[in-house]
Ligand binder design. Sequence first.
Ligand code: PHB
Length: 391
Amino acid sequence: MVLRMKSLLPGVAAAALAATIVAASAEDTVKIGLIVPLTGGQASTGKQIDNAIKLYQQQNGTTVAGKKVEVVVKDDGAVPDNTKRLAQELIVNDKVNIIAGFGVTPAALAAAPLATQAKVPEVVMAAGTSIITERSPYIVRTSFTLAQSCTIIGDWAVKNGIKKVAVLVSDYAPGADALNFFKQHFTAGGGEIVEEVKVPLANPDFAPFLQRVKDSNPDAIFVFVPAGQGGNFMKQYTERGLTGIKVIGPGDVMDDDLLNGMGDSALGAVTAHMYSAAHPSEKNKKFVADYEKAFGNRPGFMAAGGWDGIDLIYQALKKTNGNADGDALIAAMKGMKWESPRGPISIDPDTRDIVQNIYIRKVEKKDGKLWNVEFQTFEAVKDPGKTPAAK
Ligand code: PHB
């Protein structure tokens, strides 16, 4: 068509027409730059998010409000310098309308100034430090905050006869949030922290830290390690003979993605979290079955963050009638409320952070498989970690 018209029209007019056609097709496409770790220690996070988005687009199509939605996937290896460079390239060269993903807090923070400068929404699907959404008015989060789950497990521990706790957290921002929010609530209720250990984020060898925990003789060990590390942690916990010490924490350590590889020493672990593959809703049963069928593995909480992130983008585009302007999309996302595989969720219009149920779960065996079985629900939990009113 273009070629035939070109031969009929004088050169200049043909060039103008071709340019118009290119511009029109660019306008008909909404581009999402998905920056996630697909290699390195956090690779399982990126894989889960990428899988969930692929599944979502298979089921819901790649067109919304008359626009084609194109996802450009980039691997940052969870290295913030890479995240920043990739975000810049995606915004400037690929002209993406939205950046999304962000497997770890430092990656989400590295992209924040670029989102602000370019007025491009940054949809955080994985990282969990409270401060992230405060770093740019263009950030919206569909994952969780550590404060949401750690305040709740802190209160639960005191009420359930746990008096002495040793804390083991990954030594970076979300680990600090996990420790602080747990400690505030647990000690306010009369609990005692008998040991605090911080382990390196990259390739951690837990053994020497676990020895210190064992020597402190606690009733329970409160653990935060990021998604992807729970399997290795539980292996060393078992090998070091800590199995008499109850595991509690946010749910990251009991990621459904790895749970069945942990063995029976995971049984009885009690964690607070926003997603369990055992969540008994119809929506989640379908999500788990479809994900397992497509990828041969159970979805974990990072898959839920990815699924809801792309769902939020689709819904926002519907609301704006396909207008992908950054301010229009952010306005559409604020206050959005919908049903996720994890349960009912919404975007807090004031903070752009996710409001969601937090469930307390216990690892149990059913039909030979391990599951995080939810037994108590805290509804519509806002992030308790927002400044200045950090509670
Ligand atoms: C983070 O870096 O914010 C992060 C990563 C993985 C988690 C939780 C928090 O499981």
